[in-house]
Design a protein around this ligand. Structure first.
Ligand code: MD3
Ligand code: FE
Length: 223
């Protein structure tokens, strides 16, 4: 059997889906499809200002491995890893200075998305910014360096799409695969907050917003 794609299917494939809609994912977790699409250029402009003071860097895990994902932070505290462990730090180890402040467009997007998913009190003090180049991946992990697990984590995907791996409360549970595209926002609260999760190796591509990369913003109440 030969699968022939119609010219209309090809046309649809070439157009980004900009329809905003909510997809429940699990207890406490919701995907807000295209929630950030209209704001994406503004978010990217804010990101360039952050990068001038705190550029992307490949951090080292406590086990001595170089992370394939490049990272930086903004806000009162930033997530860092080095040979001594994982932690939130008020200073950027690269500059010795405080992380750049959270830009207002970042803060507004994170709080409106959290409110839309049922978390009106969310007030992030930290944003971890991840850059994926082709082949970069994040192995299954839990986010447990934040002071409280009562607050959700809000994630914003920009640029190239990625396959997100959403597991369960135990590492051995086989993760579901969820495609996250540019503009998609996911709110992870309630029982989903401590779920194991990761990102499959990024496929090559070119996106008008980010070029050869995927950028992910994760907003946290860390302190
Ligand atoms: C589910 N980042 O930075 S965002 C991370 O796409 C991280 O860069 C991935 O995992 C990325 O820690 C995934 C989605 C995400 C973030 C935090 C979660 C999903 C989560 C916390 C609990 C459960
Ligand atoms: Fe995570």
């Amino acid at each position: 059997m030969r699968i022939v794609k119609s010219p209309t299917a090809d046309l649809f494939d070439s157009l980004a889906d900009t329809r905003q809609r909510t997809e429940p994912l699990a207890e406490g977790a919701a995907i807000l499809r295209a929630f950030a699409t209209a704001d994406a250029p503004t978010l990217m402009a804010s990101l360039q200002e952050i990068l001038a003071a705190a550029p992307f860097r490949h951090m080292t895990t406590p086990g001595g491995f170089r992370m394939s994902v490049a990272m930086t932070n903004c806000g009162a505290a930033g997530w860092v890893t080095d040979l001594t462990g994982y932690r939130y730090d008020r200073t950027d180890p690269l500059s010795g200075l405080a992380w750049p402040p959270m830009p207002q467009p970042f803060m507004r997007l994170a709080t409106t998305a959290a409110a839309a998913a049922g978390f009106p009190e969310f007030e992030p003090d930290s944003c971890l910014i991840n850059r994926y180049d082709p082949g970069a991946r994040l192995s299954l992990h839990q986010d447990r360096n934040e002071r409280s697990d009562a607050a959700p984590i809000v994630s914003v995907s920009l640029g190239l799409p990625a396959v997100f791996l959403f597991g369960g409360a135990k590492r051995k549970e086989r993760p579901r695969r969820v495609l996250l595209a540019s503009g998609d926002v996911v709110v992870w609260g309630g029982p989903s907050r401590m779920a194991f999760h990761g990102v499959a190796a990024l496929a090559e591509g070119n996106h008008p917003l980010t070029g050869l990369h995927r950028i992910n913003l994760t907003f946290r109440q860390a302190l």
